[in-house]
Ligand binder design. Structure first.
Ligand code: SF4
Length: 446
């Protein structure tokens, strides 16, 4: 389900988000010394054009809420579908990865709409450094927009190079506000996945989740801070009232891997629901961990290149984020059984026996989360990746050693190339059988 789906299915009696239209409460954060602010600098919004945001996951409500607070008009692109995949496959050369096909298709589909206001449109396409193809999407998409006759349509690309701070006229407060909204959505997702397998009224958890998304979007557009804390209190009250039966705990499976496929339900064919239908409870990676990861890798680069001012700025930002995150988690933690993730630096160190943290990429995140979850009662890992994903292939290569050290933890790699995988149900059922045996042997379930 996408954010838009969730919101459109909301109950009319959804709790009201705390209102404070006259009391913007954006977190005061240290200024990013390197954040570009010039009107025409790459990665900034100089005019109030509409920013089109890809609907990668429900976290999009945090971005739209933050943009609204900062006076930036935005619009969420419709979710990816077969049409966008067909457009992406038609325009790309075939060697790109699935998120590239889909995000390119989403963009071009919007451009081809009669109602598309090309003079006032900017597409948001974040990027990252490193060997991964993600940093190249915007270059290819620029070429394709030009070839399609949309030379005047801009692409806005905040990047992991500056930890996603080159964005908007006040980049650091905007980035921080969006980030706090992202943390709130991550917590809401954790609640959803811990409650849904045990709900007594089918659909009740998803309904509460939809209400929660609306509350988070409103609180973020009101400026975050205390509005977001009150929003989390309302969400906790809503979930605490859900009727559940946890007398027969399910084995827990960690769904990890490439971030787009992990979070985008169109790409992963609704894999979390399918795992639940096969008898598992699921934990998965978060979007906020990607921000922490970007911060830590930026600090490593700052040290490497002697950028001491940049290092100081990122250290302050990172410390502020961790403190805010702890406060937010404390509001929700009493309803969650999985512990909060350790600090990113500690997580990265957990991967060291298998993968040097200096090598970076999402491989590092996936490996460290496997080690972390295995120590916290998880009985199986599903490693999801787009077909030919470079970091994903490395994780698959490391799986043998990881499993050996983790007591032959059941493991399933799933590649997604945009075509429907037809035998997935059978594979999941066989996998969950293994997971259940493993969970029993470890005393995780009776
Ligand atoms: S992580 Fe994998 S799927 Fe994502 S852009 Fe990089 S190579 Fe492509």
């Amino acid at each position: 389900m996408t954010a838009m789906d969730a919101r459109s299915r909301e109950s009319p009696n959804a709790p009201n988000a705390p209102n404070a239209p006259n009391a913007p409460n954006a977190p005061n954060a240290p200024n990013a010394p390197n954040a570009p602010n010039a009107p025409n600098a790459p990665g900034t919004v100089a005019r109030p054009k509409t920013v089109y945001i890809p609907d990668m996951s429900d976290h999009v409500v945090a971005v739209t809420g933050a943009m609204r607070h900062h006076g930036i008009p935005s619009k969420v692109l419709p979710p990816s579908n077969e049409q966008t995949l067909a457009i992406g496959l038609d325009l790309c050369r075939g060697r790109e990865c699935l998120p590239c096909f889909l995000s390119t298709g989403d963009m071009i589909r919007e451009c081809r709409q009669d109602t598309f206001d090309r003079e006032n449109a900017i597409f948001l396409m974040p990027a990252s450094l490193g060997p991964c193809r993600f940093g190249q999407y915007r270059i290819l998409q620029r070429m394709l927009l030009d070839a399609e006759g949309f030379e005047d349509v801009e692409i806005l690309s905040p990047t992991s190079e500056n930890s996603y701070r080159g964005f908007g006229e006040r980049p650091t407060p905007l980035r921080l506000l969006a980030w706090t909204g992202v943390v709130a959505v991550d917590l809401l997702l954790k609640l959803r996945y811990e409650f849904r397998p045990y709900e007594l009224e089918p659909g009740a958890t998803d309904a509460a989740y939809g209400r929660g998304l609306r509350i988070i979007e409103d609180a973020t557009s009101a400026g975050g801070g205390r509005h977001l804390l009150r929003a989390l209190d309302a969400i906790v009250a809503d979930f605490a009232a859900l009727p559940v039966d946890r007398s027969s705990p399910r084995p827990v499976v960690a769904m990890l891997g490439e971030i787009y496929v992990m979070l985008n339900q169109h790409s992963n064919q609704g894999l979390i629901r399918q795992l639940e239908a096969a008898g598992a409870e699921v934990v998965t990676g978060t979007l906020s961990e990607w921000f922490h990861f970007a911060d830590e890798t930026k600090m490593d680069r700052d040290v490497l290149f002697g950028s001491w001012l940049g290092l100081l700025g990122t250290k302050s930002l990172s410390a502020y984020q961790r403190m805010t995150e702890r406060r937010m988690h404390a509001r929700v933690g009493r309803l969650l059984r999985q512990p909060a993730d350790p600090p990113m630096r500690k997580l990265m160190e957990m991967a060291r026996p298998y993968f040097d943290p200096l090598l970076g990429t999402e491989t590092l995140l996936s490996v460290s989360k496997v080690v972390h979850y295995a120590a916290n009662g998880v009985s199986g890992v599903v490693n999801v990746m787009p077909f030919s994903c470079m970091p994903g292939i490395v994780v698959t290569g490391l799986a043998g050693r990881l499993r050996q050290d983790l007591g032959l933890l059941p493991w399933l790699d799933i590649n997604f190339d945009g075509q429907r995988i037809t035998n997935i149900r059978t594979r999941l059922e066989a996998f969950i059988h293994q997971v259940t045996q493993f969970a029993r042997s470890r005393g995780h379930i009776a």
